[in-house]
Ligand binder design. Structure first.
Ligand SMILES: [Zn+2]
Length: 770
């Protein structure tokens, strides 16, 4: 008898637990045990094993090293022929434990060489329309010859060094292998034709202004640059096809640039001969700018810039710049430039926020560029580390958005009458915030852009969002009428829904080399940027996230991190297991879709319900054999009795009442809850990503309560899970992700009852379209 009763009770247990999730009996544990694809599996297979160079914590390891490349360069700009020539001496220090038989030098300009393979790998069918400039370049002219002319490669004693050029990479052989700890100095003499970056595209070059026959130059990737050698790639000599950006070691730069005497020039590094190139008036204004923290001071005015356009100087001036601990060097030069500056306090030190722009940038640029630079430095410094350089420059260049240490090029040009749309204004502010932000990622937190586009663009896009929101708060005058916050394009979860839910044939995981990625902007900027924003706001919370993110930035400041160093640090500094998040968002193309599948409403009864009766019958048991039990009866089911409605569980069940009387003290009984309504809510997950379920329960009295079930709720069932709720108030509606913070691609299943909430969502969408 005893045994039989035990069996009966275990059958009952199955039945009772199944009652809340009846359809799921066949589906339990769909993946655990027999499949290796559990979404909470740790990332041991994907990650490389920690070692002496890179620790398991995500920090640089005990034997971490990085190479150093110091440059001395003399450059001459031939403004008449748009040619740049240079003589550079590179001193390369081998801090690796390895002996190096040769060095690899990057010749990025060869992407524009006549024999470049870049045009040959583009899949270009005829477009219905194109700009005349691009049309002419594509079909009417000879291919532009913009490759490097390498005139000599010599060691410090003047002996020619054997070298071999494979497209954008040059291998230089040394007389003997470069031993660990040793340095090698060699020089390269070169020149190239500067490209028109407006009509020919490219990250640097010149814009030509036919109305005054002048050019504005934004110059970068202009010198043979050392490749990175490290513990993860060996030599990073993957070719430059034009898309994947750069991998560069840190070093010190001493650069002398000779340009027409009436040019204004600014670039990476400290100007060491200011008195030679500044007029007395400019010096005076510069001293004022050092003390101006609210408004920029104009160093070269618009009138002064215009006056130079027709009287081109035939003399030259040499600008001398010196930069310490930078991974690259860029500069801008033109007689067209207006120049303004303003000081900004960062960590107790003064940093100069600087803008260079032609008259065509005004009035937008004189109003907002320098303020956007200053604001960005403050926001990013709060999120990472104090900006360590002495200045940050924003240069106006048509259709450009490109970053270098201390200097960047940015678009955003009013029309000829000086009018501009919101699109132009916010486009300009956002690109300045973005490109100045790149000083932090990847110029200082020096990731390998050739391999991992998202490590600079994704992290930067995430902080850009934070910085844009700060900018809107700190400079409300920058917003347009009716706006209460900066209208960020990238960051809000809802803005990636269309991409995430799009055609899977054209989506690649974030962990894909940029060159091979579909929808580059969405893949490398929007998705990782938004994934980090969701991680911060919805999964970890700002406090945990911000501490860990700052830890990552500080650990890898002036070093070379890999994706694992980031992933590991975020966990190491927060005690949040995020392998499931990295796996889903970064290694797959899965999307979020979570909904309410079913809601059942129950009342408590003292009478056995139909389900229990069925089990008893199957087992040949009498109902009188049952132990005292509390029964749930679904509203509207065959054993539902209208009398049960409106009464609490204690009122409906004498069994429960007796249990409480027997087991609780009078004081405990006084605090007992008296729920009247019981709901079994089943959530479904058609989407592949596991995410927390954020649910808003709204009650009949109009109040509501939001509950977040951690993502781990999906660990044993990837398809659907249920929660049973006991409430004193009737629930009238249930909404999953009510604030649209998870990038759920299909919200038509997010609410119960379905129709009502769907129409509310339509209204919400309509409201947000304006
Ligand atoms: Zn970028």
């Amino acid at each position: 008898m005893k045994k039989l009763k035990y069996l009966f009770l275990s059958a009952l247990f199955v039945s009772v637990s199944a009652f809340a999730q009846d359809q799921k009996k066949d589906k339990k544990e769909p993946q655990q045990g027999h499949s290796n694809n559990n979404k909470f599996k740790q990332l041991y297979e994907e990650f490389s094993t920690p070692n002496m160079y890179r620790a398991a914590s995500g920090a640089p390891g005990a034997a971490y090293y990085q190479q150093q490349a110091d440059y001395k360069m003399d450059l001459v700009l031939d403004d008449v022929n748009a040619k740049l020539s240079g003589f550079e001496t590179i001193t390369y220090t081998n801090n690796s434990p390895d002996n190096l038989n040769y060095l690899w030098v990057q010749l990025d300009q060869n992407m524009r060489a006549k024999d470049s393979k870049t045009p040959l790998i583009s899949d270009d069918s005829a477009q219905p329309a194109t700009t005349p400039g691009r049309f002419a370049n594509s079909y009417l002219t000879e291919a532009f010859d913009g490759g490097f002319n390498i005139q000599e490669v010599k060691d410090s004693k003047g002996r020619a060094l054997p070298h071999m050029i494979n497209r954008t990479m040059m291998r230089v052989e040394m007389p003997t292998a470069l031993k660990s700890g040793d340095s090698f100095s060699f020089s390269i003499k070169w020149w190239y034709n500067i490209n028109d970056h407006v009509n020919g595209r490219g990250r640097s070059g010149y814009e030509y202004f036919p109305e005054d026959d002048n050019r504005a130059y934004v110059i970068a990737q202009f010198y043979p640059r050392m490749a990175v050698y490290n513990d993860v790639e060996g030599w990073q000599n993957s070719q430059f096809w034009g898309r994947d950006e750069f991998a560069l070691p840190f070093g010190n730069f001493e650069v002398n640039i000779t340009v027409p005497a009436d040019h204004i020039l600014d670039g990476t590094g400290k100007l060491t001969n200011r008195k030679d190139v500044f007029s007395k008036e400019m010096m005076k204004r510069y001293e004022q700018a050092k003390k101006s923290y609210d408004e920029p001071v104009v160093i070269v005015t618009q009138d002064e810039a215009i006056a130079k356009l027709s009287t081109k100087s035939t003399k030259t001036k040499t600008w001398k710049l010196y930069a310490e601990n930078v991974r690259d060097f860029g500069f801008a030069t033109s007689r067209r430039y207006i120049w303004d500056m303003m000081s900004v306090k960062i960590g107790g030190k003064d940093v100069m926020a600087v803008s260079l722009y032609g008259k065509e940038g005004n009035p937008l640029w004189e109003d907002w560029s320098t303020k956007a630079v200053a604001s960005t430095l403050k926001s990013y410094s709060r999120m990472t580390f104090d900006y360590p350089y002495h200045k940050a420059i924003s240069v106006h260049a048509k259709e450009q958005g490109m970053e270098y240490p201390m200097i960047c090029w940015n678009y955003g040009r009013p029309d000829k009458d000086g009018n501009y749309s919101d699109r132009t204004k916010f486009g300009m502010m956002s690109v300045i915030i973005h490109e100045v932000g790149h000083n932090f990622f990847p110029m200082i937190v020096n990731s390998d852009e050739r391999q991992w586009t998202w490590m600079d663009e994704g992290l930067n896009t995430f902080v850009q969002y934070v910085a844009e929101q700060d900018f809107g708060k700190w400079y409300p005058a920058a917003l347009s009428e009716g706006q209460t916050a900066y209208p960020s394009r990238r960051g809000p979860a809802a803005n990636i829904v269309r991409y995430m839910g799009g055609d899977q044939d054209y989506i690649a995981p974030i962990m894909t080399k940029g060159l091979n990625t579909y929808q580059f902007g969405n893949n490398a900027y929007s998705k990782p940027g938004t994934a980090l924003n969701i991680l911060r706001e919805t999964v970890m919370g700002e406090e945990l996230f911000d501490y860990a993110f700052r830890e990552y930035a500080q650990r890898w400041m002036f070093k070379h991190p890999t994706p694992e160093d980031f992933f590991r640090t975020m966990e190491d500094a927060s005690a949040v297991d995020l392998d499931w998040y990295w796996r889903g968002w970064f290694y797959t193309t899965d999307y979020v879709d979570i909904g309410v599948k079913d809601v059942k409403k129950y009342f408590v009864s003292n009478e056995p319900n139909a389900e229990i009766k069925k089990v008893a019958e199957q087992r040949g048991m009498k109902l009188s054999d049952l132990p005292p039990l509390v029964y749930f009866v679904e509203e509207g089911s065959e054993d539902f009795n209208a009398n049960l409605k409106g009464k609490s569980a204690l009122e409906n069940s004498t069994t429960l009442n007796e249990y409480i009387m027997d087991n609780f003290t009078p004081a405990e009984r006084a605090n007992i809850k008296e729920p009247k309504f019981f709901y079994s809510v089943t959530f479904e997950k058609p989407g592949g990503l596991v995410m927390p379920i954020i649910v808003e329960y709204t009650y009949a009295d109009g109040t509501s309560k939001t509950e977040t079930y951690p993502a781990q709720i999906w660990r044993l069932n990837d398809k659907e899970v249920s929660k049973t709720l006991a409430t004193e108030k009737e629930i009238v509606s249930i909404t999953v992700d009510p604030k649209l913070e998870t990038a759920d691609v299909d919200t038509s299943n997010n609410s119960w009852p379905r129709e009502m909430k769907a129409s509310e969502f339509d209204n919400f969408k309509k409201k947000n379209k304006n």
